[in-house]
Design a protein around this ligand. Structure first.
Ligand code: NAD
Length: 263
């Protein structure tokens, strides 16, 4: 299927590895102009290089700590200077620190708020005006299965992801008349560095190996396996496509059935 994304400009945030990187690679496959960003210059150069080796196309990269307004605005400027405008914004972020209520202080909450919610607000604020002007745009937020089914030991993620859902639904109501859609993708257990680290944390508590922990996670999923990052990316690309032009204010769970509810 031709998703009609050729030559669209995409900015994927927090994208030097994991799900963000897979999303960037998927848009490169669709012949988009792709920009990636993250904090580590070395990691960005490595990722851009690897994407170039596998696809022949090098994404634009920008050093950006998505917890800071200054870096966010600088990133948007660099992408605009290189490509003229931004059609598709994929708001990804690193996962906030794990922990239960008693172990989290105000600094943890503030940092998670900046990372999970405020980064989405700030990138959207910088990019939405040009989408509205061009009467075409897609904003897609990467959240988590936790928006429907809270995950153990992830108080910050469980609390703040739903703020993103509320933000997206409200923004979709405001931006619809400009042909800008706003949606979310909610991944389940996906094999990335983040999941690997979470499994190591859990293993320290249970005394089991992290391989055992990952295998137990897979058993919770009706499809009895963890997701590959490219499986999350496919849903993002679909939501960005022309074919998905009538979908807005929605959240697609890509979780292998991990969420056990009906609605
Ligand atoms: P990851 O740790 O593999 O990758 C995170 C990316 O974010 C990296 O490129 C990292 O450099 C970047 N990053 C982190 N902090 C940053 C900052 N302040 N500024 C800029 N870049 C920053 O994580 P992932 O597994 O790909 O997860 C992506 C998102 O999806 C996270 O928010 C995670 O919580 C969520 N999620 C992941 C899973 C999973 O099983 N992996 C499940 C549900 C939700």
């Amino acid at each position: 299927m031709d998703f009609q994304l050729k030559d669209k400009t995409v900015l994927v945030t927090a994208s030097s590895s994991g799900i963000g990187r897979a999303v960037a690679e998927a848009f490169v496959q669709e012949s988009c102009n792709v920009a990636i960003c993250a904090r580590s210059k070395d990691q960005l150069i490595k990722t851009a290089d690897e994407i170039k080796k596998s696809s022949g196309i090098e994404p634009l990269w920008c050093v950006c700590d998505i917890n800071t307004t200054k870096d966010i605005n600088a990133t948007i400027d660099v992408v605009n200077k290189n490509f003229g405008h931004i059609d598709i914004l994929v708001n990804n972020c690193g996962g906030p620190v794990a922990g239960i209520f008693e172990n989290l202080n105000d600094e943890d909450w503030q940092s998670a708020f900046e990372q999970v919610l405020l980064s989405v607000v700030r990138f959207s604020r910088g990019i939405l005006p040009m989408m509205k002007e061009r009467r075409w745009g897609r904003i897609i937020n990467i959240t988590s299965v936790a928006v429907k089914q809270p995950l153990e030991n992830l108080m910050l993620s469980n609390s703040l992801r739903n703020a993103v859902i509320g933000f997206a639904k409200t923004l979709s109501n405001e931006a619809g008349k400009f042909n800008v859609t706003v949606n979310n993708v909610a991944p389940g257990y996906t094999l990335t560095k983040r999941l690997y680290e979470l499994s190591i944390n859990k293993s320290k508590l249970t005394g089991e190996s992290h391989e055992h922990t990952l295998a137990e996670m897979a058993k919770e999923v009706p499809l009895v396996r963890l997701a590959r990052p490219d499986e999350i990316a496919s849903a993002v690309v679909y939501l960005a496509s022309e074919q998905a032009g009538y979908i807005t204010g929605n959240t697609i769970q890509v979780d292998g059935g991990l969420y056990k509810g009906v609605y």
